[in-house]
Structure formats: C-alpha cells, structure tokens
Ligand binder design. Sequence first.
Ligand code: AMP
Length: 676
Amino acid sequence: MKVGIDLGTTYSAVARYDKQSNKPIMLSNSFGKEITPSVICFLDDGDILVGEDAKDMQSNGTGVNAAAFKRNMGDGSTVVSFNGKDYTAEDLSAMLLKHLISDAEAACGEKIDEAVITVPAYFEDAQRIATKRAGESCGIKVPKIINEPTAAAISYGYKHSADKTLLVYDLGGGTFDVTIVRITKGNIEVIGTHGNHILGGKDWDAAIVKYVCDKFYNEFDVDPRDDLPTKNELIVAAEGYKKTLSIAESVTIPVNYEGCSEKYTLTREEFESMTEHLMNATKDVMDELIKDLGMEWTDIDEILLVGGSTRMPGVAKFLRDFTGREVVTHSDTDLAVAKGAAITAELYSSSATGMRAAMTVTDVTAHSLGALSVSQDGTKYVNEIMIKKNSKVPSTERRKFSIKPGNMTDKIEVYTLQGESRVPLDCNVLAKVVITGFYNDGKGLIVDIEYNYDENGIVNIKAFQGEDALQVKSEPVPEDIRWMGGNPRDRPNEDKIAKNIAICVDLSRSMQGEPIEAAKDSIRRFVHTLEDEKTKFSLIGFGDKVKVVTELTGDTGVVINSIEDLKVNMLGRGTDMSPLETARSVVSSSPGVGIIVVLTDGIWGKRDRAVDQAARCRDGGIAIIAIGLGEADTSFLRQIATVDDGALFTTIDKLGDTFGTIATAITSGNMGLAVR
Ligand code: AMP
C-alpha cells in the first residue's frame, strides 16, 4: 500500500488514498488520533518511546527527549546522545517514520511499501536526501519527496475543479513560505515559491512578551526580560495568550517579577496593530515573488491559508484588506499536507493509471543552483547560477567547460552551490565532485557538465565528453572553505601544481646598457611574484651560444644572485643548441608544468630549428611565452609562442608590466599549462 506522510516539526500525520471513495483518508495512530507528536523519548531503562507516549514523558520531564529535530535534518549533527549512541535528525526521523508506518499498517490492516514524504519548500538538497534516506531505512520505497505547500495545494485543488491561480500562504512557527500554484482541470502547476525562514509564529509570541515587559518596566522600573528563566516562561506563556486571542477579543496577562506583580489586558485589536510590521514582512515576500514571476496581484484568484499561525484572525483580515483577493482555508488545515501527499502517492503509483490521466503535478526549485567559478578579472570566486530559482523540476542545464591547449590535466573539480547570491560564501556549498576519465591529448578539449534538479528537488551532476559519459565522483566538501571568499590566486591548494620556469634572456650585444638592466629588474620582480614552495626557476642566456646560467632550482636566493650577475657577452663557451631545446630539457628535468619565457630584442638565426623546437614543446604541453623588445621579429615570436596571446611586444619602460602580466596569467591558471 502507498501512503503520504507529513513529517512535521511538531506533529506528523499519515494518509492514504481510498480508491472506493476517490478521496484521501487519514490513518489514525494507536491512540485513534490523526496526528502524532514528532517526539522521541529515551528512557533510562533503555526503552525508546515514540509519538504520544514520548510526548507524555516530555511533559513529565522523564528520560531524554528529542523534539523539533526536523530543524537539524541533513546537517549531520548529533541531536541526542543516549547509552553511548549518537542520533542525528535523520536517525530520529527514521525512528519516527517506522512508528508512524507501523501504526498506520495496524489502522488499515495492510502492509505499507511506498510513501511520499513532505518537506518544507525551502529544504535544500542535503535535507531532502536525508528525508528520503530516513524513509528508505524503514524498508519502504520513497518515490517522491514533495513540498508541503504543494501538497496542501494538491489536497485543495483536488476538490476544486475550477481553474484558478492560488497563492498558498504558509505561516508556521518559525518559517514563512509563499507558493503560487496554477490549477487547471485538476492539474497542479507550481509557478514559483519564495520565503522568509526566520519569520513565524514565534515573532508574534515575542511581540506579546515585549508588550507586557515594556509596560512592567515603565511601572516598576525592573524588566522581567533581564532574568532568563522568567523571560523563557513568558515566551512559553505568550504562545498560549496568542492562541486565546485567536478566539477571544482580549486576554489578561499576569506578570510577577522581583516581588512586583501586575495584570495587563491585551485586546486583539492592539495585538494586531503592534504586529502589523510582521504582517507587512509577509507582504514583502509575496510582493517579491509576484514581481519575480512577472505577475500582478490581479492574477491571483485566491489565497489559501496553511500553517498554524494562519489561525490568527488578523492574518486573513490583513490579506483581504491589502490584496482584495478571496482568502480561503482548508477544511482540515492540519491534515491537508498529509492528504496531498497521499494523493501524490497514488499519482506516482503505476497502478493508478486512471488517476494519472486525470491529474498531473509540476513543481519548481526553491533555490538557484550554481557552480563555483572565477570572476572575469580572475580576482574572486563567484557563484555562477546554472538553474534559476523557480525553474520547473525536473530541470537540466548543460554547460561547457573548456580546458585550454597545453593543459594535460586529468581531473576537473566542480563545487555546486545552492543559493541566490553571487557571493559563494553566502550560498550553501552542496557538493564537490571530481570529473575524470576524459581523453586529453593536450590540444584543448570541451567537457559538458550537466546539472539536474530531479523532481524531488535533489541535485545530480553528470559529465560528458562528446557522447561519452565521464566518471563523476563525489568527494566531501572540505571543512574549511574560507578560500572561496578570497582571491583564487591565494587559494591554499594541497595539490598545487609544481611549476618549472625557464627564463631565456637574450644576452647579445644589442641588449647592452638600458635593456639588460631593465630585463634584470623585471625578471627579479617576476621571480619574487611567482616564488612558492612548488615553483622552480632556471636562467638561460643566449646569443651566439646558449648557456644554462642557473640550473632549475627552488632556491630563489640563488636565482636572484644569478640575475644580478647577468651580463651581455657572458656566454663564452656555451653550446650551439637552440635556446628552446635547452630550455625544454631543463623544464622537463623535474615533475611539474613546464613554462619557458623568452626575452629577445633581435632576429634569431636558425629560426626553422627554433620553430621545430617550439612545436615539440607544444606537443609536450610546455608553454612558451615570447617577449619581444625593440627590433624583435614579431611573426617569428608568434610562431614560437605556444599559448594564446603568448607573444608580447613591449618597450624597455613597459618591460616590468609585461612580466607582471605573465606572472598573473601563470598564477591564475589562465594559460594552457601541462602537467607531467
Ligand atoms: P505549524 O508549524 O504550522 O504547526 O505552526 C505552528 C505555529 O502556529 C506556532 O507558532 C503556533 O503558536 C501557531 N498556532 C497554532 N495554533 C494557533 C492558534 N490557534 N492561533 C494562533 N497561532 C497558532
């Protein structure tokens, strides 16, 4: 049998679809009640109580209690430790679900093998996955996770056949959600959802506490809020007074503190007026959603009230006054979500072909999905949104990821973010995946990365090279992600790639004087900019001959000293090899990426040989960047440069800037570099 389960923060409920009456019906618990407290109690004798029994124990103050654990769903934290065992919200939810299922099976005398479970619309990936897993750990299938407001709209829309656009106004204890739904001939299409997840009934309770404490302070010059236990008692009591004001025109509130006592009368009118700012905050959320969807208030036919806090009469009044729309409530608000889930369960069951034809449900994403990317100027990380909030689910988006020629990397790291901000640390870092298995010959390639929100709002990532699916492996998101708020160039990276940089300097006579001095100065700064524990440098001088002035070394002190000693015509008995050949063998002598920077002011002899050597470097993934000064041969330098824009022509004055540009390109990885 298939059921729908409303797995609530304070109460849960189970319903099934009755094919005889064509209606969802509630499955009561063993106490004959349609809703079950979402409470678990661990007793000293090792027994574990769930639901009504646990709630009783909670009020007696016996045992260790776990309540409202839904708030920690998916965060992996320990909610309760008992008898040496730690329980997460997912574990506790699994225990609660098992209890709900067993009671429901007893109520209908059938075995339950499938359940649609509801979650708040704002639940993110991890919370949805944890909810699904909690259900599956009870040995049942969970074909669908559905948003609570959508379930409420389904249970409402199912009964109302007229076409309409409904705004589901869901004000709970600590959260507020708005969902706009289009109902056409029984089909339910969610158009958009938005929320404020720190706004809820608790804020109305706090307004009552403020009202009486301010009055008390004015009268007695002492503030009950200064004492935490007194304040907490008042907060708990305020919820009761608030509920009284939902049925009575006024309530009397006694306050006793530091030997002073007083009674205050709060009328519903005063209560509504002092909480108007909270109603306005809900209005802002609705206005934002309507605007985001390009709609007008006149497009909304009805407002459906959902959530305990909509029992305050002021809510419907406020909404009618400012929207002029009809405001409706579900006949059984507490059960609407479970019933909507039961209808959905039937919809998703393969045997319900008749019903499937009669009704479809489409939902949207409550959060945007993006990938961690580097900003255009290379100075910061950004959240590049792939699938926008309020896109229909399932939703899929493919993006091309290019690897530049010369880059021989065999893996791509992708961080997935959920949230609306362009600032990564303002979003939730959902996952890290590593893509491998692509063919890389160093000539540049494109990998297609596919982001998918499935119909449960759960995120999946796939990657392809052409038609071939690549391996996508999940890795834990590192605990310390502060680097996402910094400059990509400063990112601490355990797998920072080793770099071997050969600097080939033209030491022929024409460099005498200013050019060689400018070169020495620029190279010194270049080395300082790039120095790190994984970078090695070599200095190669060339003219008539070629000579390795400094062997490849990570000791920048040695390199800097050699730079000071650079002189025109110092090569003496160098070799007759091409500078590029010498440099290629130097940068290949140690593992890492090879980079050759050539500085020249003249025209080379044996140019064909140099071009040939450059081709070999390119094939081996070695980057050549050529800097031309003065008389340098532009077309030749373009031929030997192996990376995009790798031939740069400059003047003595600008030589320092040119080396700076190259250093930036190397550190930001904006250059095809090969790893061996
Ligand atoms: P929910 O999360 O939908 O169960 O809503 C819980 C919130 O509804 C809490 O803040 C309750 O104080 C509030 N609530 C429940 N019943 C009433 C009522 N009759 N009048 C006002 N608020 C209520």
